[in-house]
Design a protein around this ligand. Structure first.
Ligand SMILES: *Cc1c(COP(=O)(O)O)cnc(C)c1O
Length: 523
């Protein structure tokens, strides 16, 4: 790369030559990282305490910024190496810790290109290409959902004409915007005058994501306005209980206005019954929002598409391609069945930005969202979608499902070493590991434990996890299920093999047996 002698590169103590050299170094190391971490030859994480991190940086260049700081390139390059070395390698084939993993390198590079062009997806003037790309990706999602005509030839799919929704910085923001749309439909005047003395209520399952409560707080409704509906035995919303809860709310003089269906709960991957919920929401005139942040990827495989049956009957849908589909964070789409509601709900008509007499002003997206500046996340998604094709998306989901099914089979055949703790039909597997002393076959359940055993077993999961982190061998999540810690494996990274999965189960058993022995000695 030759970028010498361009104006504005030299600044402070850096010459333009030095800036060029530093930029090249960072870009090269980043590119290497994108590919290398997938091999899994390095540890998943090289664990360090905050104090250790601080002192390692002190030896290079302190983390704290000081008034006269100015660091030479050799030092900054060491800092870049240290950053990569001490970060969690989420593309590593034994990283199962989170609802994202294994970023697609095309998305990573697309993200860089978007940053390099540094613009805002607010007006066509500033983002002519990205405005059309956003309409194209959201339009295709809406089409997959059955929100709009389903032939590619129809005008409604013409990116020049259509905005079937909007991209948002993360699922929490998108869920909040959907609830604002819902309130606006019920009480159009609330935009201007607020909610007044009425209690407007929202319904979501007990296992729904916490962003609904946060959104209710920010919208001025209060977290008490979110009525949690019990889950059935399969972890999805009990729809009969929804019906009762809505009627009870009305009987209390409240104004129910929205139900949130979760399509793929964060922990167990349960999908609420959209068709059944739509019957209840239609009867009571509620907005039906689908939080498919995690489960939206199910649209792309015949093995999982049925989990979203009835989605065409819903009012809005949020999907995070930055989760199962491996886009880089953040990448979130909000599709709306009646997208013109976005304008009515979010428009400010700021006359310094959205001048109606400007060229192509009708394509400006900035007045259809809560945000002002927006990253051009549409670019990386468009590039990845084009490059992989929907067959590539299908393959990604099917690979994840194969691995999850493999674990489900291993559990079923483990003779009580592992016990399934939640029904699962998606890429999540929630299970208990048991020490030899406590095994009693697949029908084992926690009520068999004495109080001491329960306490000891509860403490083993965090110790197993800590061993993995300390040794850098794997990263898995755990959470309490009925008050007892259980493990959760999440599959989505195409770099993960069956061997990685088996090795991770072996590690859980190996560390588990050692940690249990230590815990049991105290019983
Ligand atoms: C991850 C997740 C969210 C939140 O999305 P962010 O992009 O992290 O804000 C909301 N709902 C569900 C079901 C999720 O899994």
């Amino acid at each position: 790369m030759r970028i010498m002698a361009y104006p504005g590169l030299a600044m402070g103590t850096q010459t333009d030559r030095q800036t060029e050299q530093l930029v090249s170094y960072i870009a090269a190391r980043a590119l290497e990282t994108v590919v290398e971490h997938r091999h899994g030859s390095d540890p998943v994480v090289k664990l360090a305490s905050p104090d250790e991190l601080q002192s390692e940086f002190d030896q290079v260049s302190s983390l704290a910024l000081r008034p006269h700081d100015s660091v030479d390139n050799a030092t900054l390059q060491q800092a870049v190496d240290l950053i990569i070395d001490r970060s969690v390698h989420t593309a590593h084939p034994r990283f199962f810790n989170q609802n994202f993993a294994g970023a697609d390198p095309i998305a990573v590079a697309g993200d860089w290109l978007g940053s390099a062009l540094n613009t805002t997806l607010a007006t066509f003037e500033m983002a002519p290409v990205f405005t059309l790309m956003e309409n194209a990706v959201v339009g295709r999602l809406a089409e997959l959902l059955g929100y709009r005509p389903t032939t590619v030839e129809t005008d409604a799919n013409d990116p020049l004409r259509s905005a079937a929704g909007i991209m948002c910085p993360g699922g929490s923001t998108a869920n909040m915007m959907a609830l604002q749309l819902a309130r606006h439909r019920k009480r159009p005047d609330s935009i201007r005058v607020g909610t007044g003395g009425e209690r407007l209520t929202i319904f979501a399952s007990a296992s729904s994501h916490y962003s609904t409560g946060k959104a209710a707080a920010v919208l001025g409704l209060g977290t008490d306005s979110v009525i949690k509906v019990a889950d059935g035995p399969d972890g999805t919303m009990d729809v009969a209980a929804l019906s009762v809860a809505v009627q009870d709310s009305k009987d209390r003089g409240e104004v129910p206005f929205a139900a949130v269906a979760t399509a793929g709960t964060t922990v167990t991957g349960a999908f609420d019954d959209l068709r059944a919920m739509a019957t209840v929401t239609a009867e009571h005139d509620l907005w039906l929002h689908v939080d498919a942040c995690f489960g939206g990827a199910a649209l792309f495989s015949p093995r999982t598409r049925h989990l979203l049956d009835g989605v065409e009957l819903t009012d809005s849908f949020v999907w995070n391609p930055h989760k199962v589909m491996g886009l880089t964070q953040q990448c979130t789409l909000l599709a709306v069945a009646e997208p013109e509601r976005l304008d009515a709900c979010f428009s400010s008509k700021a006359d310094y930005l959205f001048q109606p007499d400007k060229l192509n002003a009708e394509l400006d997206s900035g007045d259809r969202t809560f945000l002002c500046a927006r990253r051009v996340d549409a670019l990386k998604l468009w590039l990845t979608w084009k490059a992989r094709g929907e067959t590539g998306f299908t393959a990604r989901v099917d690979h994840a499902m194969d691995l999850a099914d493999h674990v489900r089979t291993r559990i079923a055949e483990s003779d009580g070493q592992f016990v399934k703790m939640a029904p699962g039909s998606y890429v999540n597997v929630v299970f208990q590991w048991l020490p030899k002393e406590l095994r009693s076959g697949p029908d084992w359940n926690p009520s068999q434990l004495s109080d001491d055993e329960r306490e000891a077993l509860h403490a083993v999961a965090p110790r197993i996890k800590a061993r993995m982190q300390t040794e850098g061998t794997a990263m898995v999540g755990y959470q309490p299920t009925d008050g007892l810690n259980t493990f959760r494996l999440l599959f989505m990274n195409p770099a993960v093999t069956i061997d990685d999965v088996d090795e991770t189960l072996r590690l859980i058993d190996d560390y588990g047996q050692q940690e249990w022995a230590a815990a049991a000695a105290k019983l």
